[in-house]
Design a binder for this molecule. Structure first.
Ligand SMILES: Nc1ncnc2c1ncn2[C@@H]1O[C@H](COP(=O)(O)OP(=O)(O)OP(=O)(O)O)[C@@H](O)[C@H]1O
Length: 249
């Protein structure tokens, strides 16, 4: 924990403190006559320092919940609290500040700026963050320090995704939200990306949520939520976790 404390994580808050408390959350989308209930009464808790996997078929509501946790969307019913503050009642301005100061996002497609090097892509974020790490350190943490002067087109898909992870963690977010981070990658490359996410979760104690369709990935999590039809049909704590290098698909 020493290293983590040096990185600004307060060990006094300890593991097993809730980061998000989700109560009775439903989300309805209405487009013309068509109404879709993307979430239907979700209750869940995500904990400090934990890696949570959100598993389930397409359309089961995983991204909708992740977007609500990330302050990109609001529930139609129910409440979400972030460290005791009611996120679901935040104004747009408060949500913008919340996203900027507390949340790192990683998406399936890396969204790097092609005309900037890996280092410059990460530096874009550290320039506006309140207590960032050096961009070099962020790239070091994902094993890409030797490639920092390369442009996205000179990097493989998995390397580009690791730059995107470096960019997301460089502002030291308390939560890292990842929507299908390995969805576009082959298994070997995807495992490298999961190793980077898992190492960051362990070293910085960043509460991490990873959405996937891929059931093999659940073995690396502390906690697994399985989604079905807008609900969490099963919540499970893994008694023993395996390292990403031990899984395959
Ligand atoms: N902005 C929107 N407007 C209308 N319907 C939406 C919107 N966003 C999501 N939905 C619908 O809500 C349901 C849940 O979608 P969501 O993206 O949360 O599922 P998911 O489990 O993340 O799926 P996937 O794994 O395919 O990304 C789906 O039926 C989807 O079509």
């Amino acid at each position: 924990m020493d290293g983590a404390a040096a990185d600004g994580f307060d060990p006094a808050s300890g593991p097993h403190q809730p980061v998000f408390v989700i109560e009775g959350v439903s989300k309805l989308y209405r487009t013309g006559e068509v109404e879709v209930r993307a979430l239907n009464g979700v209750d869940a808790v995500l904990y400090e320092g934990e890696l949570t996997v959100l598993l389930g078929p397409s359309g089961s509501g995983k991204s909708t919940l992740l977007n609500i946790l990330g302050g990109l969307d609001k529930p139609s019913e129910g409440t979400v609290r972030f460290r005791g503050r009611e996120l679901s009642a935040f104004s747009e301005r408060q949500l913008t500040l919340y996203r900027r100061d507390h949340v790192g996002f990683v998406f399936q497609f890396y969204n790097l700026i092609p005309s900037l090097t890996a280092l410059e892509n990460v530096a874009l974020v550290t320039e506006i963050a309140r207590r960032p790490m050096k961009p070099e350190e962020a790239l070091e943490r994902v094993g890409l320090a030797p490639r920092m002067d390369h442009f996205p087109a000179q990097l493989s898909g998995g390397e580009q995704q690791r730059v995107a992870i470096a960019r997301a963690i460089a502002k030291r977010p308390e939560v890292l939200l990842c929507d299908e981070p390995t969805g576009a990658l082959d298994s070997q490359t995807g495992i490298r990306v999961l190793e980077a996410l898992s190492a960051i979760n362990a070293e910085l104690a960043t509460a991490t949520a990873i959405i996937t369709h891929n059931a093999a990935i659940q073995a690396i999590a502390h906690r697994v939520f399985t989604f079905a039809d807008g609900r969490i049909s099963e919540m499970r704590e893994n008694e023993s976790r395996v390292s990403p290098s031990e899984i395959s698909w």
